[in-house]
Design a protein around this ligand. Structure first.
Ligand code: NM2
Length: 540
């Protein structure tokens, strides 16, 4: 009976697609790399604008929904209180959507912008510093969180308003595609989503594993070998296998609680014992730059960059477009998760809460950790840039943490935090992947199914890491995530269609005033006396 619960076309389809991409890469790594990098250049080069437009359109659309009648819809019954308090809700949301990559990029992203700034600015100049502090926040800010929250709209709506639990992305587009979702198109939508998520998580692992390995190297002196990195992956897999075995509530909740407190401790420590005033002023200052230039940043495509007389930086392709694509592949997954924890909130609270709390969380990480590194650089206490040139980013990140008081202890905290962050992302990803390939889920997805996807999530990047093709997998995921742009559009449409239909049908619906007037006038029965009086008036 277990077997009957599985949606085999989706299960096998996702597996086949994954094998179809990874096996040739394993067999022909060089040729495979070449093809994928060409595909990547083609996509980001030709369709980059599409990603940028998507980000901005989703942002504006969600603000519009939040303040419209649809935004006032409650996810649940009247009088129902939110299932989780706001702090827990925000913490779970953050833990699900954000993984170890924030520790990586918050510490080091500024150094890339400092050396390769946008808008034709001179590298390492005063202006470059200003942009370096603001751009990270932009890439982890409101547009990014808007991409995350869009799929949660239809999913949460079906869960708590129409009371039809949605486990699949394909189910969430039923109002638009109708019965078509029961056929291969529905399977294809789910497969594309799963493929995107596997690729997105591969990127997370590709960044996280070497950073954790360098942390372990710093603490124990073990060499950072491929073996150590593979060990890190196995360790994370074991943690999330255990937590996945013990069930969603206990596993994910315990880990995300530890996660949030440890993260707050780390941030508070750096803020108080680090350059407090510099951090405060620089973060505040970068908020101003961000607000002032929001649309400029959200639309900057470097259109003249490829003309011979100008130097092309590839900044939009390497950063903004890459980021939007990366947030995109995670979005349906986060949507499925956020929808589940948002019972009792209104759509508006869910949208604004995610955008505001998500952004604030990221600002804390980037503002505190990033500006600490920048301070080291600018005061000459630690030359981050030249250290990074020779030792690479992961080692530099650990070295920056090493500049703190109680250095070894802080590296330990940082490394543990990175491991938990990685494990929670993997834990919830495998949970969602397993749900998507099941027809029905009673309580929780089947254990073997969850473990299978937990395994698939780590085994593929591991094989590729040994072959040195992990970059290729990341790129493949970005390329593979391309169809999700259209799925996002379907998701938005579905939500609007379903909620508008229900709003219209609901009891308190009042036709627009103009209708009422016409209706009244047309149907008004006048007495003979009234008709005569009117005629009199007209004659006069
Ligand atoms: N995002 C937020 O690795 C991670 O932190 C997971 C990454 C999409 C950039 C999410």
């Amino acid at each position: 009976m277990n077997k009957k619960m599985i949606d085999w076309p989706t299960f096998i389809g996702a597996l086949v697609l994954l094998l179809a991409v990874t096996v040739p890469l394993v067999l022909f790594p060089e040729a495979g790399k070449e093809i994928v990098s060409q595909a990547n250049a083609f996509m980001t080069g030709n369709f980059g604008a599409l990603y940028m437009i998507m980000g901005l359109v989703i942002f504006v659309f969600l603000l519009f929904v939040a303040f419209s009648k649809n935004g006032r819809i409650k996810l649940g019954d009247e009088g129902e209180k939110p299932e989780f308090g706001t702090f827990s809700w925000a913490a779970m949301l953050f833990a699900a959507g954000i993984g170890s990559s924030i520790l990586y990029w918050a510490v080091i992203e500024w150094a890339y912008y400092y050396q390769g700034p946008p808008f034709g600015i001179t590298p390492e100049s005063k202006e470059a510093i200003q942009w370096a502090t603001a751009y990270g926040i932009f890439h982890w800010g409101p547009v990014a969180w808007a991409i995350y929250i869009l799929p949660a709209l239809p999913i949460a709506y079906f869960y708590y308003v129409r009371k039809k639990p949605v486990l699949k992305v394909s189910e969430a587009v039923r109002p638009v595609l109708g019965k078509t979702v029961d056929g291969p198109i529905g399977n294809l939508i789910d497969i594309l989503f799963m493929f995107g998520l596997l690729g997105g998580a591969g990127t997370t692992l590709a960044l996280g594993a070497p950073m954790i390995a360098h942390g372990i190297n710093d603490l124990t002196g073990l060499d950072v070998t491929l073996g150590l990195q593979a060990g890190v992956m196995v360790l994370c897999a074991v943690i999330f296998a255990i937590s996945s075995y013990s069930g969603l509530r206990r596993g994910i909740k315990v880990l995300s609680d530890i996660n949030i407190w440890l993260a707050l401790f780390l941030l508070a420590f750096i803020f108080i014992l680090g350059p407090t005033r510099f951090i405060m002023e620089t973060t505040f200052n970068s908020l101003g730059i961000l607000l002032d230039n929001f649309f400029k940043m959200a639309t900057w495509m470097e259109p003249f960059g490829n003309l011979a007389q100008f130097e092309e930086t590839q900044f939009p392709e390497s950063w903004t477009i890459f980021y939007w694509a990366w947030w995109l592949v995670y979005a349906p997954f986060v949507g499925l998760f956020v929808a589940r924890i948002s019972r009792g909130r209104t759509i508006r609270q869910m949208i604004l809460g995610t955008m505001i709390y998500g952004t604030i969380g990221c600002i804390l990480f980037f503002g505190i950790m990033g500006n600490f590194g920048l301070y080291m650089q600018l005061t000459g206490q630690f030359d981050v840039v030249s250290f990074m040139d020779t030792n690479g980013a992961p080692a530099t990140i650990i070295e920056i943490i090493n500049q703190l008081p109680l250095a070894k202890f802080m590296v330990l905290v940082f490394t543990i935090l990175a491991i938990i962050f990685l494990a929670t992302t993997f834990d919830s990803s495998s949970y969602i992947l397993a749900s998507v390939v099941q027809k029905t889920v009673e309580g929780e997805p089947l254990r073997w199914n969850r473990l299978f996807w937990a395994f698939a999530l780590s085994i593929m990047p591991m094989v590729l890491m040994f072959l040195g093709g992990l970059d290729t997998l990341q790129t493949a995921s970005i390329v593979g995530g391309f169809p999700l742009i259209f799925i996002m559009f379907l998701l938005a449409w579905s939500f609007i269609k379903a909620s508008n239909t229900d709003i219209r049908a609901s009891d308190d619906y009042e036709p627009p005033t103009i209708h009422i007037k016409r209706w009244k006038r047309k149907n008004k029965k006048r007495s003979a006396l009234e008709v005569m009086q009117e005629k009199d008036r007209d004659d006069k």
